[in-house]
Design a protein around this ligand. Structure first.
Ligand SMILES: [Zn+2]
Length: 286
């Protein structure tokens, strides 16, 4: 999809709709069976992201953690009614490579069907919790193709202890093709610099690094490589009022609470400086 202003590609804006405690860093302190015991802030924070997007006139893709959709179907309907794409982040936010193929299939099938029942439209896209499509979950794209997905956005071409496939392709490509059906992968965006892939995509990288780093990387991707980028954000990342918990995270540290109060302003600049569309439109699937 060409940018009508300067010919640069239009980027994909994405939101992983999960609550402040539904993240891998909190697995040990707030396990899945306890989720209902914690204050839910996902609906109001998602509304805040919707307001930001409305202000900028941008549309994006919301990868909804479907456990939340069961409890807050109204927010899913508001996302769709505002012209954004509804996709899924799975049901229970379990790391893909820690599940069997059958467990993964059950989680994603339930997630997809629940969302389709709420919005009355097919769900085309999936994003794995913690980008956990790695060499250890090489079977996962086959499951997505079986379930009728058209695209995935779970591969992060970086080296990290929790996720990453440093040798994976950096821009959209067909990850599986069978019986005339294709599953397209939209990898999380990186900048190739001095022989390494630097993470760019959003989330903690957006909160921790200065805005000018993100702008530099996005411009390199759009102008030099002529490729679309994907940016991702979580609703809790613009919520400085969320409860404070002690967590060391799976890596031995956690960036969860860094710059929560500054992220909304960065997002506003990003939405002003670049053009965005839902992922299905960027991939020309709609
Ligand atoms: Zn997530």
């Amino acid at each position: 999809m060409p940018d009508p202003v300067d010919g640069a590609p239009v980027n994909a804006f994405s939101v992983d709709v999960e609550d402040w405690y539904q993240v891998a860093d909190f697995d040990a302190v707030i396990p899945f069976p306890d989720w209902d015991r914690y204050e839910s802030r996902v609906e109001r924070n998602t509304d805040a992201i919707l307001a930001l997007l409305a202000e900028s006139g941008c549309h994006g893709t919301f990868f909804v953690l479907t456990w939340n959709a069961e409890r807050h179907p109204a927010i899913v309907r508001r996302i769709a009614a505002a012209g954004h794409e509804v996709a899924t982040h799975g049901y229970a936010h379990r790391i893909v490579y820690e599940q069997t193929r059958e467990e993964f299939r059950d989680d994603v099938e339930r997630a997809k069907k629940t969302l389709e029942d709420i919005i009355g439209d097919p769900v085309l896209g999936y994003r794995a919790p913690s980008f956990s499509f790695t060499r250890r979950s090489a079977w996962a794209p086959d499951v997505l193709l079986d379930l009728g997905f058209r695209y995935d956005s779970s591969v992060f071409p970086v080296r990290d202890s929790l996720y990453g496939m440093p040798d994976a392709e950096r821009f959209p490509y067909v990850i599986r093709e069978r019986d005339g059906r294709r599953l397209v992968e939209f990898p999380i965006t990186t900048t190739a610099f001095l022989g390494r892939n630097l993470p760019l995509g959003g989330g903690a990288y957006l909160r921790v690094f200065p805005y000018r780093y993100l702008r530099w990387g996005m411009r390199r991707v759009n102008r030099r490589e002529r490729q679309p980028a994907v940016v991702y954000i979580h609703p809790w990342e613009i919520d400085p009022g969320q409860p404070r918990m002690k967590t060391a995270g799976k890596r031995g540290f956690s960036s969860h609470y860094v710059n929560l109060g500054r992220t909304e302003a960065k997002l506003r600049r990003l939405l002003r400086d670049f053009r965005f569309a839902p992922m299905r439109a960027v991939l020309d699937l709609a």
